[in-house]
Ligand binder design. Structure first.
Ligand code: FRU
Length: 497
């Protein structure tokens, strides 16, 4: 159909039909990366939640699978996580392969309608065939009862190798709560974090918590990822993070990082409007050692109104998250997984550009910009605004760049095509503050039919947004007053779909 042709992403995962939101329960097992997601197969707006399922060999090309977990009438299967129970600590294994245990929030819609408080509890399900079919743990659910908190959901569990325990983080209204377990069935409350810390413009949801090596060293730190809605970096849904230490019970922020959180109100994993509820993969082979992340590429501000009908929403490109230390400051960087490079079918090197006013990057015309990776460097930047413009013959454009007077990156989709389906979609330009004025910068941009993912300075700042142009973008140009110097322009065509 026309809709499929125009808006079905070339290489970002979308279900064939129906509504999707958060990624859930991702793990790697037996050669496959598994992705589950909040799914309503019978409508294109949020509804009775199932866990949809897809698998991939390389985190790029996804194959949709039968629905993994069904709701029981009004008891919806909300977000959660899964862990490969390598040593069968749960006893749920049958001896042939390691059982995989999923934990999710069971959300009781009847209680919600009755305005009850104890609407949400944590239940588990398990798989004994490497993640393809699942049984609910009927005899033992819930594994965590509702403690009298209305918003009490999205459990994310992981093996804590340092303290030899399973740990779980879940979102409890305005804070993250930590639990521990020996067997994934009995959970003991440990502590909480976050009341009055970080961004609190909305309810906290979908946390993640893991230990990670500081890049290039053997030092480790703990990272808490914490989504919230609304109150994100540029409005609506957004995902902040914290860095610190964990003694097996309590998470404490690193001092410098805490100061940065104080100063900036929050530190975000992505400054675009469309990367929400992202969490990381469990059981990635240790020889690989990567921390792999994927987000929901939409925003509750307008997700249910975007102009696609057969399906709604996609995931972001899978990303590798790394922790870097500069002086005494820790920061997360995220970059597209390297597997995407194997889909590059053609590489065009652009001529270096130098000049004022509007300059076109002629090589962009030779690339299908609905499946491309573009990278370039800019240098000798002045106190000026550098605007990159993706445009089509209908006069629609998507612009992004560096405002080097106010020291931020920006992304503006106000003229990018269909925007009037929601007032919140394009009324504001998204911004990502930069530390001081830039002398130079490096961009990597991933383009699909309806999305742009900008990785600035090797993933120090990321901006992810969707758009709905009425025709594909075919040109790329740059505009500045003082003049720009662009080098290392590389346009990679992807052969994928
Ligand atoms: C986040 C969220 C989660 C919840 C799920 C329901 O987008 O609100 O907190 O579990 O969606 O679909």
């Amino acid at each position: 159909t026309a809709e499929e042709k125009m808006y079905r992403p070339n290489f970002h995962f979308t279900p064939k039909k129906g509504w999707m939101n958060d990624p859930n329960g991702m793990f790697y097992a037996n050669g496959n990366y598994h992705l589950f997601y909040q799914y309503y197969p019978d409508g294109n707006k949020w509804g009775p939640m199932h866990w949809g399922h897809a698998i991939s060999k390389d985190l790029i090309k996804w194959e949709e699978q039968p629905i993994a977990i069904y709701p029981d009438r009004d008891k919806y299967i909300f977000s959660g996580s899964a862990a490969v129970d390598v040593n069968n600590t749960s006893g749920l294994g049958t001896g042939k392969t390691a059982p995989i245990v999923a934990i999710y929030t069971l959300h009781d819609m009847t209680k919600e309608k009755e305005n009850k408080i104890d609407v949400e509890q944590q239940d588990i399900a398990y798989s004994n065939d490497n993640g393809f079919t699942w049984q609910k743990f009927e005899e033992g659910n819930p594994v965590i009862k509702n403690p009298g908190i209305r918003d009490f959901r999205d459990p994310k569990m992981t093996w804590d190798e340092t303290h030899k325990q399973w740990i779980m983080v879940l979102a409890a209204q305005d804070r993250s709560q930590f639990y521990k377990s020996k067997d994934l069935k009995n959970w003991e409350y440990l502590s909480d974090f976050g009341k009055n810390i970080g961004a609190h413009g909305g309810v906290w949801e979908c946390p993640d918590f893991f230990e990670i090596k500081v890049k290039g060293t053997n030092e480790t730190k703990w990272v808490l990822i914490q989504s919230l809605n609304p109150g994100g970096a540029n409005g609506g849904s957004g995902t902040q993070y914290f860095i610190g230490d964990f003694d097996g019970k309590t998470f404490t922020q690193d001092n410098n990082f805490a100061q940065k959180v104080e100063k900036e109100k929050a530190v975000w994993i992505d400054y675009g409007k469309d990367n929400y509820a992202g969490v990381t993969w469990n059981n990635v082979p240790s020889a690989d050692g990567r921390r792999l992340f994927i987000g929901w590429m939409s925003n509750w501000d307008y997700a249910q109104d975007v102009p696609t009908n057969t399906w709604r929403s996609a995931t972001t490109i899978a990303r590798e998250i790394e922790l870097v230390k500069k002086g005494n400051d820790y920061n997360l960087i995220s970059n597209p997984v390297k597997e995407i490079n194997k889909y590059v079918s053609k590489t065009i090197k652009g001529k270096n550009l130098k000049g004022k006013g509007k300059l076109s990057i002629p090589e962009a015309e030779k690339v299908d910009l609905t499946k491309a990776i573009i990278s370039f460097n800019v240098k000798n930047l002045k106190e000026d605004t550098y605007t990159f413009i993706l445009s089509n013959p209908s006069g629609e454009s998507l612009t992004f760049g560096i405002n080097n007077t106010e020291n931020h990156l920006f992304l503006d989709r106000s003229k990018s095509g269909k925007t009037d389906f929601s007032e919140k979609f394009a009324s504001k330009i998204s911004k990502a503050a930069l530390e001081g004025s830039q002398k130079e910068g490096a961009f990597k941009i991933i383009l699909d039919k309806t999305s742009i993912e900008i990785f600035y300075n090797n993933g120090e700042r990321v901006l992810t947004e969707i758009f709905f142009s009425n025709q594909p973008f075919t040109s790329l140009s740059v505009s500045s007053n003082e003049g720009i110097e662009m080098s290392n322009i590389v346009l990679n065509q992807l052969n994928i779909n």
